[in-house]
Write a protein that binds this ligand. Structure first.
Ligand SMILES: [Zn+2]
Length: 224
């Protein structure tokens, strides 16, 4: 039995994962959300973006997996489970899930913004938010170290996307947890399951008219 779980922000909400709105106090109240989640913002003010992500990284370390993450991990006792998540937290992994594909990257991975090499060096502790911190430099090329998250306008990570497509295409069963608004192209994954005749359980609010039309178009009688 091969189960693929598509998860979104809702599964982590019960853990108290801070959203931008929650932490948008004090000095962050003045920050434009686009500036701290876009390549343009990074180019313009890397020290501000880096400070923001260090703070989020610090906050996330104090958050624990909840029963939703634990239930998904426990399925591995009975089935081959693949987790495709839009979340940048690591709560699925910390609950014990072994195969987790982060479509939007991870707050717990860092890489060079020039050569792309993973950064495994030290991060400064940040128990209180500050406005600007100079990002570390890549030891190989001198580029700046950035969080390995997907910002506005950036493509999804190729490897995670490929593994997600395979996990859906090979599933006996697809479960959608904690999202009513999967963002394209991830939104295409439940469609892929449906067009392959794989049962999908979960929140069907995301099945928009477009999805229904898409499924009808791709499973209907061929014209040619
Ligand atoms: Zn580099």
């Amino acid at each position: 039995m091969h189960v693929t779980v598509l998860s979104g922000a809702g599964i982590s909400a019960e853990s108290g994962v801070p959203t931008f709105r929650d932490v948008e106090t004090g000095l962050w109240a003045k920050v434009d959300p686009y500036e701290i989640s876009s390549a343009e913002g990074w180019q313009a003010h890397p020290e501000r973006v880096w400070a923001w992500y260090l703070w989020r990284h610090y906050l996330m370390q104090g958050v624990q997996p909840n029963n939703g993450h634990r239930a998904v991990a426990a399925w591995e006792d009975h089935a081959e489970v693949h987790v495709v998540t839009q979340n940048v937290d690591n709560l699925h992994e910390r609950a014990g899930s072994g195969r987790v594909y982060h479509l939007h990257g991870s707050l717990f991975e860092f890489r060079c913004d020039r050569c792309g090499r993973e950064y495994l060096g030290e991060l400064p502790d940040m128990p209180a938010p500050v406005e600007a911190v100079e990002p570390p430099k890549c030891a190989f090329c001198g580029g700046q170290i950035r969080p390995n998250v997907v910002w506005f306008g950036e493509p999804l990570p190729e490897s995670a996307w490929q593994k997600s497509v395979e996990a859906v295409a090979n599933a006996d069963f697809v479960v959608v947890v904690g999202t009513s608004s999967i963002v394209y192209p991830a939104a295409g994954l439940p469609e892929l399951a449906l067009t392959n005749g794989i049962p999908v359980k979960g929140n069907f609010l995301m099945l928009t008219l477009c999805t229904i039309l898409y499924v009808a178009a791709t499973t209907g009688p061929k014209v040619s």
